[in-house]
Design a protein around this ligand. Structure first.
Ligand code: 5MM
Length: 341
């Protein structure tokens, strides 16, 4: 198949009505933190067991069309010897991989960071593809403060995302472009909206400069929300209206799907916010979906707690959360549905 044909087929498999993406790509420090919260040691066997649990959840493919894996998971096998990317594939879930190598401070832009990992990326993508990955993900992070993100930070991060996306498409891998504006801080909803607009404007300008084909990428944006420590916490309708206003101003209609990150929202908030967007704005040019990590996994992880006898209950918790987010994909979620788990 041609590279163009591959990209088109992968996008078609990832973007489906009623479905979204499971982010299970926590790096070693992050999974160690998540496991510590439920008193599980983050050794390789526990990571394998937990990610096997996620991927073997019965009927997960009803509501999940793609899964973002950590590099290590691509090479791991389920208990029956089936490689984990193949386990996902058999569920009708496209396996992908996080390819960035984490953040470092950005020189001469105090408070801003930039993500590493471009060196040798084309060769790494070839190897991941041989292991079954069909898409990739790269995250840039923007902290909001009085002085951040700086204009330099906005430009440097946009440039990284665009260079990454261009290399992915060249290798026949669909890029998920993830600019995350953090919810940490005491800023208002309005300030988050202003920053997100500047960030996305720069990202799409850079994608254009690097000739990235918008039809063959997905955007993983953060929602426009109140800073975690702001006295007024915007409700789902306010979040939906502010987020869609910014996205309409910045994201071209050619992008097939916007799959939000949850970024520290509770599972219920993340579902309600996505639902409000789809309920209030059913006629958007792009699909409005999810690519949640914590907001999908948290109930399952808390149920599992490293105990094999909790596996089935944890899988039911994951399936239930995925189902609720599947309903939020077309504005059908109601808070009462939370009781059905
Ligand atoms: C923002 O994090 C992404 C989405 O997860 P949430 O819905 O929990 O916010 C997620 O894909 C993230 O990139 C991974 O968890 C990996 O993060 P690290 O920092 O370990 O690379």
């Amino acid at each position: 198949m041609s590279v163009e044909g591959e990209l088109q087929a992968t996008v078609a498999a990832m973007v489906q009505k009623g479905k979204g993406i499971l982010a299970a790509d926590e790096s070693l420090p992050t999974i160690t933190k998540r496991f510590a919260a439920v008193s599980v040691e983050a050794n390789e066997e526990n990571r394998r067991a937990y990610r096997t649990l996620l991927l073997t959840t019965p009927q997960l493919g009803e509501f999940v069309s793609g899964v973002i894996l950590f590099e290590e998971t691509l090479g791991q096998k389920a208990g029956d010897g089936v490689p984990l990317p193949e386990v996902a594939h058999r569920q009708g879930i496209v396996p992908g991989v996080k390819v960035d190598k984490g953040k470092i401070p950005l020189a001469n832009a105090p408070g801003d960071e930039v993500t590493q990992g471009l060196d040798g990326l084309a060769q790494r993508l070839d190897a991941y593809k041989a292991q079954g990955a069909r898409f990739a993900k790269w995250r840039e992070v923007y902290l909001i403060s009085e002085h951040n993100p700086t204009p330099l930070g906005v430009e440097a991060n946009a440039e990284m995302l665009a260079r990454y996306a261009a290399v992915c498409q060249q290798q026949g891998i669909v890029p998920i472009v993830e600019p995350e504006v953090l919810l940490d801080g005491d800023h208002s909803l309005q300030r988050c909206a202003e920053v997100t607009e500047v960030v996305l404007h720069a990202v799409f300008h850079a994608l254009h400069r690097h000739h990235v084909v918008l039809e063959w990428m997905l955007l993983k944006p953060s929602m426009v929300v109140s800073g975690k420590d702001h006295p007024h916490q915007a409700d789902a309708e306010e979040v939906a209206r502010a987020t869609i206003t910014v996205l309409r101003r910045t994201v071209p209609a050619a992008v097939p799907s916007l799959n939000f990150l949850s970024g520290g929202q509770t599972p219920e908030q993340a579902t309600a916010n996505l639902n409000a967007m789809n309920a209030l704005f059913p006629q958007m040019p792009w699909e409005l979906s999810f690519s949640y990590g914590r907001a999908l996994q948290e109930p399952a992880l808390k149920t599992w707690r490293g105990k094999p006898e909790n596996t089935e209950a944890a899988q039911r918790a994951l399936h239930f959360r995925a189902k609720l987010n599947g309903a939020a994909r077309d504005g059908r979620y109601r808070p009462e549905m939370e009781q059905g788990g």
